[in-house]
Structures are given as C-alpha cells and as structure tokens.
Design a protein around this ligand. Structure first.
Ligand code: FES
Length: 163
C-alpha cells in the first residue's frame, strides 16, 4: 500500500475551500477537504488525515472524527468503480436484496468486497435520498434508479466502455 501525500492540485483545492470560511473557522472545511482527498486516492489514510489537519491548522483527531463518522469516506482502498447499493426501507421493499444478489451473480462479489482486478467494489449503504426511484444504487458520483437486471447489465457494460 503506497503512502498518500496530497498533490499540489489537491492542496490548492483545499486552500480554495478554506477561503470560504473565517480564519477562526478553518475546521469547517474538513468535509470538503476529505472529499478532495477521496477523489484523489479513492480512500483516506491516517497519514493523509494528518496532512489535512496540518493544512487546516486543527488537531488530527477532529479530521479523524469526521472521516470515521460518515460512511461515504473509505478507510481502505476500493475499486475504480464504487457501487453503493441502498438497502434502506424504500429500496428494501422494492427489491434491494435482489439487486445485491444480481450484482453478486454478475461480479462475483458482495458488499464490502472488491473484484480481484480492482475494478469494482460493492457497498451496502443507507438511504441516499432517492427513495422515489427505489431500488437504486450510486456508481461513483452517478445515481441509477428504478433498477432491474437489464438496467444493471447496461450500467455494468457502460463501465467497461469507460476503460
Ligand atoms: S431508501 Fe433507498 S434511496 Fe431512500
């Protein structure tokens, strides 16, 4: 596992976020900074949390608390495509379990796992606020709603076209 060091681009993006807040409220930029870090590495290491804390001028524990509270932050490497399947009540009632079963059949992996080639990870998540389109899943930043086996086939085939 290679050590994470923020790139100059990420540092300047975080500094831009810091400009939005008063000098005594630098901690307010933590979530934005963690988003930037995760976009850069796909997950967030303790080392990089320390780097973010130094950049923000706050104790590392404040970064760690936020990074471990919210489930969207990853603490180990994930696949190039992170598939988050909502299994909360609306999606559950509309077949989330069947969606997970179908994804397992197609990819060979279940929640918390990554394909051997490092392309796809699957994660079970709480409500993503798209209950009207249940069952749904998020692939990286994109929402896919009203899922069926056919639409999942199309989504997975679409990932292949991005390679
Ligand atoms: S319950 Fe699945 S998006 Fe809300």
């Amino acid at each position: 596992m290679t050590a994470q060091t923020l790139s100059p681009v990420a540092i300047s993006q975080i500094e831009k976020e810091l400009e939005k807040y008063p000098a005594d409220r630098r901690q307010s930029a933590v979530m934005a900074a963690l988003r930037i870090v995760q976009e850069e590495f796909r997950w967030i290491s303790n080392d990089v949390m320390q780097e973010v804390a130094d950049l923000l001028g706050i104790p590392a524990i404040h970064v760690y608390e936020v990074a471990t509270f919210y489930s969207m932050y990853e603490h180990k490497d994930v696949g190039l495509y992170k598939i988050c399947v909502c299994t909360n009540i609306s999606c559950q009632l509309r077949g989330a379990k069947e969606i997970l079963d179908y994804l397992r059949k197609k990819t060979g992996i279940g929640p918390g796992e990554t394909t051997a080639d490092g392309r796809i990870s699957i994660k079970e998540v709480e409500c993503l606020g798209a209950c009207g389109g249940a069952p749904m899943m998020q692939v990286n930043k994109e929402y896919h709603e009203n899922l069926t086996p056919d639409s999942i086939d199309n989504i997975l085939d679409g990932l292949d076209r991005h390679d």
